[in-house]
Design a protein around this ligand. Structure first.
Ligand code: TYM
Length: 339
């Protein structure tokens, strides 16, 4: 069974439009998406159904969904090459998610770190069931397109393992249906940490001012955040897994993820330098990344109709594949086809 056109392996990934995208989203996900788009047959979706596992303001969700799609393109995704679409535009995602939810063992779901972390922050009675079932929806996103690779930051690796396990369970029970996907993490930048607290992952929903660099931060503001980043009381500038040195390691990681320079070359370049020099160098590369991205983003948001036409074409291309896979899975599970 080969559901694919041509010989290119398929890639699928998505970002939740649940806030403003950060440099963590860029370095962990978007930058890889751009890098692989000519080599693979890529599908990039704005996962709005995932965003509603937390209550969203309706007008804000609509806006963030468009903004996220614009950001994908501003970051370098070429909609003529990759398929860009909105998850909720393809009902097959919700339909397959239900079928997979019914097969997902509660034990597996309860083991998910993201569920444990997020649910720990809320009162048990008020946690929506969607938060627990979230990985089944993510599995549906991936399996509908028979994705071979899923480029993500390393916080999503456990969800990828879950997706593979669930696909295997389905294939075992109902016959070969789904492709088992592999995770694709970037060599540098798979986990960018908070600038104010380098032992916690940088997150778009963290409120404190100096935690995250947002892709739409004014470059001078982004620069200030870098200059205020937490470091340590030593002097040595080296990559290190020592939690005490997490701040310097994070700055070096951001620098490496942006410049793609090898570890040794970076350490040699900063051997005789101080933390102020490191921060200035990181601030420069960050500002140089944000500037062109923001120019393109503003053009896209002001270009009437363009984004909608991209999402319409994306929806048509994605729907064709997703509906075929859904039909196959429904047939395998024993649903009576409508006549
Ligand atoms: P989300 O929206 O939390 O994050 C989107 C992408 O950004 C990466 N990321 C990071 N990478 C490095 N450092 C960070 N600090 C950082 N923060 C976020 C994430 O790893 C992710 O790649 N469940 C997913 C969305 C999703 C999805 C999918 C992904 C839904 N369906 C299907 C791939 C395939 C999520 O919540 O991502």
């Amino acid at each position: 069974m080969s559901p694919k056109n041509g010989n290119k392996p398929r890639v699928l990934s998505g970002i939740q439009p649940s806030g403003n995208l950060t440099i963590g989203n860029y370095l962990g996900a978007l930058k890889q998406w751009v890098a692989v788009q000519h080599e693979y047959d890529c599908f990039y979706c704005v996962v709005d159904l995932h965003a509603i596992t937390a209550v969203q303001d309706p007008a804000e969700l609509r806006l963030k969904t468009r903004e996220s799609a614009a950001m994908y393109i501003a970051a370098g995704i070429d909609p003529e090459v990759s398929t860009v679409f909105v998850q909720s535009h393809i009902p097959a995602h919700s339909e397959l998610a239900w079928m997979l939810t019914c097969m997902a063992p509660l034990g597996w779901l309860h083991r998910m770190t993201q569920f444990k972390d997020k649910s720990a922050k809320q009162a048990q009675e008020s946690i929506g069931a969607g938060l627990l079932n979230y990985p089944s929806l993510m599995a549906a996103d991936i399996l509908l397109y028979h994705a071979d690779f899923v480029p993500v930051g390393d916080d999503q690796n456990q969800h990828l393992e879950f997706t593979r396990d669930l696909a295997q369970r389905f294939n075992h029970l109902y016959g070969e249906t789904f492709t088992l996907p592999s995770v694709m993490n970037p060599a540098a930048g798979a986990r960018i940490m908070g600038l104010d607290n380098p032992t916690a992952k940088m997150s778009k929903s963290e409120a404190s001012e100096n935690h995250a660099i947002f892709l739409l931060d004014d470059p001078s503001r982004a620069r200030k955040k870098v200059m205020r980043a937490v470091t340590d009381s030593r002097r040595e500038i080296r990559f290190s897994q020592d939690p005490e040195r997490a701040g310097v390691n994070n700055l070096l990681t951001i620098y490496q993820a942006i410049t793609n320079e090898p570890t040794e070359a970076i350490q040699a370049a900063f051997a005789d330098k101080g933390y102020g020099d490191l921060k200035r160098a990181v601030a420069d590369t960050v500002a140089a990344t944000l500037q062109p991205l923001q120019t393109r983003y503003n053009e896209l948001m002001n270009e009437a109709g363009y984004l909608d036409s991209v999402l319409k074409i994306g929806r048509e291309k994605a729907a064709e594949i997703a509906e075929d896979t859904l039909k196959l899975a429904q047939d395998r599970m024993g649903f009576l086809a409508p006549s």
